[in-house]
Write a protein that binds this ligand. Structure first.
Ligand code: NAI
Length: 281
């Protein structure tokens, strides 16, 4: 029996560590040829190097899989072009893109520097946009459809104290996922997002992770969900945001309340105050 991702070429960004590395190992074991992208910097976006991506590639090859390393940053158009080029020059096509690379530079909004804002928006939001754009253009040329799996966060969907930059970026990725799902439907390209919670170098010292163990909340739980979304099994799944907290999998949905319609004329602020509870039901 063919493996789940047999014959597929998958680009996974930020695959040198954490969740992306788990994705790369899982996808390769499911038969995919994997472009392991990682800039190799620290978790705040400082530095770079090839070791992280190379280690993931070496581990995939040791297990009998196929992979190539790429060290470009997702946050520039040139970087995104370079990542696609790695897929095309080594494997001749691209079927799957997993936008996973990310950094954190937590500050309250009042204390945030311009650099903390730009770097985080650049890596998450622009990185996801650039990689999605270059890969979708290639998928259009190939004419065989494809799968894009983005990575958002409860921080961007619900909100989290001290993460104004990160939440804005991840909320943007939610919106981009919804729009791309609509725009790419006619090309047979599905676009979904995972919203993970996992103990990694990015999160291990956050208060919300206190006491969490990798056995119950490790990055390994996210990858089967990403692989499902990347596979032929999910041909009819698009525009969805899949939450994964350890063994729990669920969907996030934007909610519109039933609301209240005024019979005629316009609402006054005093009437809005009076019927606020009803409006929110
Ligand atoms: P991580 O820090 O372990 O992994 C992120 C990887 O992205 C690193 O290997 C890093 O070198 C790479 N990277 C950073 N900037 C890059 C760039 N410009 N170009 C290419 N690669 C780059 O973090 P983790 O936890 O594995 O995060 C993966 C994704 O999941 C991120 O998008 C993160 O925001 C998201 N996420 C993680 C959560 C968690 O609980 N761990 C919660 C919600 C979202």
């Amino acid at each position: 029996m063919a493996k789940l991702l047999e014959g597929k070429v998958a680009i996974i960004t930020g695959a040198g560590g954490g969740i992306g590395r788990e994705h790369a190992l899982y996808f390769a074991s499911a038969g995919a040829k994997v472009v392991v992208n990682d800039l190799g910097g620290d978790r705040h976006g400082g530095g770079k190097g090839g070791e992280m991506a190379e280690k993931t590639v070496a581990d995939i090859k040791a297990a009998g899989g196929e992979a190539v390393a790429n060290y470009d940053s997702v946050s520039t158009r040139e970087g995104a072009d370079g990542i696609l080029w790695s897929a095309l020059s080594k494997f001749g096509k691209v079927d799957v893109l997993v936008n996973n690379a990310g950094i954190l530079r937590d500050r309250t909004i009042v204390n945030m520097s311009d650099q903390d804002l730009s770097l985080v928006l650049d890596v998450h939001l622009k990185g996801t946009f650039f990689c999605t754009q270059v890969v979708a253009r290639q998928m259009k040329v190939q004419g065989k459809g494809g799968r894009i799996v983005n990575t958002t966060s409860l921080s961007g969907l619900i909100g989290n104290f001290g993460q104004g930059n990160y939440a804005a970026a991840k909320g943007g990725i939610y919106s981009l996922t919804r729009v791309a799902a609509l725009e790419f439907a006619k090309m047979g390209v599905t676009v979904n997002a995972v919203a993970p919670v996992a103990v990694t170098r990015m999160t291990e010292d956050l208060p919300m992770m206190a006491g969490a163990k990798k056995d119950d909340l490790g990055p390994q739980f996210i990858s089967p969900v990403a692989a499902f979304l990347a596979s032929d099994l999910a041909a009819d799944v698009t525009g969805q945001i899949v939450g994964v907290h350890g063994r729990k999998v669920f969907l996030y949905r934007m909610q519109e309340t039933e609301g209240v319609t005024k019979e005629s004329g316009m609402w006054s602020p005093a009437e809005l105050k009076e019927r606020w509870a009803e409006i929110g039901k």
